[in-house]
Ligand binder design. Structure first.
Ligand code: BV8
Length: 230
């Protein structure tokens, strides 16, 4: 299991032009969370939900990985099998930077899910709830995204990874959404060292042994250089 477990949030993709959620002009200032990121919202107005995720899917396709994504991919290449990225992000910038060991605990824009039979397939750029499921034909297509009130993906494996990590690193997350917000505590309780890298202190900065504040595109390459030198 990986000795270095890395949790990433919207902040690592901010410098790639993908809006964060809670920053002053963040996504949640433009859209109501409960209307676009809950199963109830989807049941009430699936058109609005697809409009929201179609726009984010287009933005993500037009964006490029930044120096922080690339540095984490280099760390994985230089320390094969030793690093794992657990991301809350639904974009694919980690993979496009070359990272392989990436778990999307909140799903991916690149995935489509049938709300009737649970079949999964690759999302078209523009998705609609009337798109027929390729497996059961039901017109109940949703983005393969974990909404509020739904169980995040990979949780069993994530708990094991946190319990076996030597170092837990958090990059670009505000620590306001659970269960991700407890990961630093969970890893520390299992004996890991903990490091936060963020533009500013987060809601869970107290849970970390070490912290560095600044833009991820500067902090992460510096940190990776240090790790690879030691
Ligand atoms: C669940 C997909 C049961 C959709 C997302 C306990 C207490 C209170 C509430 C709860 C609780 N347990 C559960 C809840 C309810 C809820 C929750 O947490 N609510 C919050 C609002 C209080 N959680 C759930 O419903 C979860 N499900 O709990 O199931 C369960 C319980 C236990 C164990 C298992 C299961 C499901 C939550 C997932 C929802 N889906 N995303 C989509 O993306 O549209 S969450 C979504 O919001 C993101 O994925 C991410 O997780 C979160 C946003 O947070 P961040 O990524 O951190 O982004 P944010 O904008 O907030 O912060 C950016 C940070 O970056 C800032 O700190 C900023 O300073 C920094 N930054 C900015 N620029 C830079 C930078 N840093 C560095 N460089 C820069 N350039």
């Amino acid at each position: 299991m990986a000795s270095i477990v890395i949790l990433t949030g919207a902040g690592i993709s901010a410098e790639s032009g993908l809006g964060t959620f809670r920053d002053k002009d963040g996504l949640w200032t433009k859209y109501e969370l409960k209307k676009v990121a809950t199963p109830e919202g989807f049941a009430r107005n699936p058109r609005l939900v697809h409009e929201f995720y179609n726009a984010r899917r287009k933005n993500a396709v037009e964006a490029s990985p930044n120096a922080a994504h690339e540095a984490l991919a280099r760390l994985e290449r230089e320390m094969p099998g030793e690093t794992l990225i657990i991301t809350q992000n639904v974009d694919d910038l980690h993979e496009r930077a070359g990272s392989k060991a990436v778990w999307h605990m909140h799903g991916q824009l690149a995935g489509a899910l049938c709300a009737a039979c649970d079949h999964r397939w690759t999302a078209p750029l523009v998705m609609s709830h009337t798109d027929p499921c390729p497996s059961c034909g039901a017109p109940s297509t949703r983005p393969d995204i974990v909404w509020f009130g739904e169980m995040p993906y990979h949780m069993e494996d994530i708990w094991v990874a946190l319990s076996e990590a030597a170092l837990f690193v958090s990059i670009g997350t505000s620590g306001t959404v659970y269960p991700a917000a407890t990961f630093a505590q969970d890893a520390a309780q299992a004996g890991a060292e903990t490091l936060e890298m963020n533009l500013e202190p987060s809601d869970v900065s107290r849970d970390f042994d070490m912290a560095r504040f600044g833009p991820a595109s500067e902090l992460v390459p510096q940190w990776v250089d240090e790790v690879l030198k030691t």
